[in-house]
Design a binder for this molecule. Structure first.
Ligand code: SAM
Ligand code: DTB
Ligand code: SF4
Length: 341
């Protein structure tokens, strides 16, 4: 059978917006079929990685991201906390490992980490790494020096999302720029860590913004090794939660969400594409289409950072129904930069 050209071609960072728009425009079944081909050429389509999130410092964030429950500007009822104790973080990581997670992602609601926070953060990385899980952190903007410190501590991935297209970005956050996000990604890459960067679909953006969002990721100097695709979790009291409530834009169309996953898979063939926030409002069939279209990781457990997630039993039942298995840690080595070098 003749294969589609995307399946065989080299990984490219020279995608044009027109090419990406043309992928989005394909008939749905053709798009998903092509994405599934690319997926199979680069990954084991029968395995999905389980990742666990922990909010190690919640709320009170000085930034004004319109989607986020943790911004000081949001009236979401999320209580601000201090940075958690290292011991409590490691207990939580051990529970995640017991539940089958191979990746532990720690998030802090900061504009950027302060120097005084770094020793505890580094201890967290050491402790989780010693358990044999992949480590990921998302702590806001990083200087070159902070990125180097985290890399030296052995942090595998740093998550910093571009969230949407460069054009739409100013409507979503005014306290930082799209360029600021790219600068941190560059510091992370230069420090030798894997980049985790993706964004949110369903913030009332146009198809063209989704094209611009994928284009910005797929034309970075290197593809992010990890690409989380979140569906907006509308939170009451946030700018976007309030603005979209009761409108037709309150939930992204499932087919359009799957299209975004498929285009991410085709344009960034080697990356882990993560079906992230928003699964609580997705049917089993929509999630199955996301896996078909190349998503190969989910967040496990009942809570993301502050919002709801399906929970382990529900996901175990879904995996059983679909004949999927949780990815083992040994299967992940090929994705790490260290292994590639
Ligand atoms: N403060 C850090 C930062 O902004 O990079 C890290 C934490 S932030 C909560 C991590 C990512 O979660 C955001 O970039 C956004 O993509 C996603 N996120 C936050 N709130 C969300 C929501 N309500 N629905 C979907 N995704 C969300
Ligand atoms: C990402 O892209 N999604 C995760 C992780 N990176 C840190 C966070 C989702 C958060 C959803 C909203 C909440 O729970 O507050
Ligand atoms: Fe703060 Fe991150 Fe939430 Fe923006 S997304 S308000 S930076 S915690």
């Amino acid at each position: 059978m003749a294969q589609n050209p995307e399946t065989l071609q080299q990984t490219r960072t020279d995608w044009t917006r027109d090419e990406i728009a043309a992928l989005f425009d394909l008939p749905f079944t053709e798009l998903v079929f092509r994405a599934a081909e690319v997926h199979r050429a680069h990954h084991d389509a029968g395995a999905v990685q389980l990742s666990t999130l922990l909010s190690v410092k919640t709320g009170g964030c000085p930034e004004d991201c319109g989607y986020c429950s943790q911004s000081v500007k949001a009236e979401s009822g999320v209580k601000a906390t201090k940075l958690m104790d290292v011991r409590a973080v490691l207990q939580s990581a051990a529970r995640a490992k017991d539940a089958g997670s191979t990746r532990f992602c720690m998030g802090a609601a900061w504009r950027n980490p302060k120097d005084r926070d770094m020793p505890a953060i580094i201890e967290m990385v050491h402790g989780v790494r010693a358990m044999g899980m992949e480590t990921c952190m998302t702590l806001g903007m990083l200087t070159e020096k902070q990125a180097d410190m985290l890399a030296a501590a052995g942090l595998d991935y740093y998550n910093h999302n571009i969230d949407t297209s460069p054009e739409k970005y100013g409507e979503i956050s005014t306290t930082r720029t799209f360029e600021d996000r790219l600068d941190t990604l560059s510091n992370v890459r230069k420090a030798g860590m894997n980049v985790c960067s993706g964004g949110i679909v369903g913030m009332g953006e146009a198809r063209g913004d989704r094209v611009g969002f994928i284009h910005a990721l797929a034309t970075l100097p290197e593809h992010p090794q990890s690409v989380p695709i979140n569906a907006l979790m509308p939170v009451k009291g946030t700018v976007l939660g309030n603005m979209l409530e009761g409108t037709p834009l309150a939930k992204i169309d499932d087919i359009e969400f799957v299209r975004t996953v498929a285009v991410a898979r085709i344009t960034m063939p080697e990356s882990m594409v993560r079906l992230s926030a928003g699964r609580v409002s997705m049917s089993e069939a929509t999630q199955a289409l996301c896996f078909m279209a190349g998503a190969n990781s989910i967040f496990s457990g009942e809570t993301l950072l502050t919002t709801e997630n399906p929970g382990e039993d529900t996901d175990a039942a879904l995996f059983a129904k679909l004949g999927l298995r949780p990815m083992a840690i040994e299967e992940l080595r090929g994705c790490s930069r260290e292994a590639a070098e």
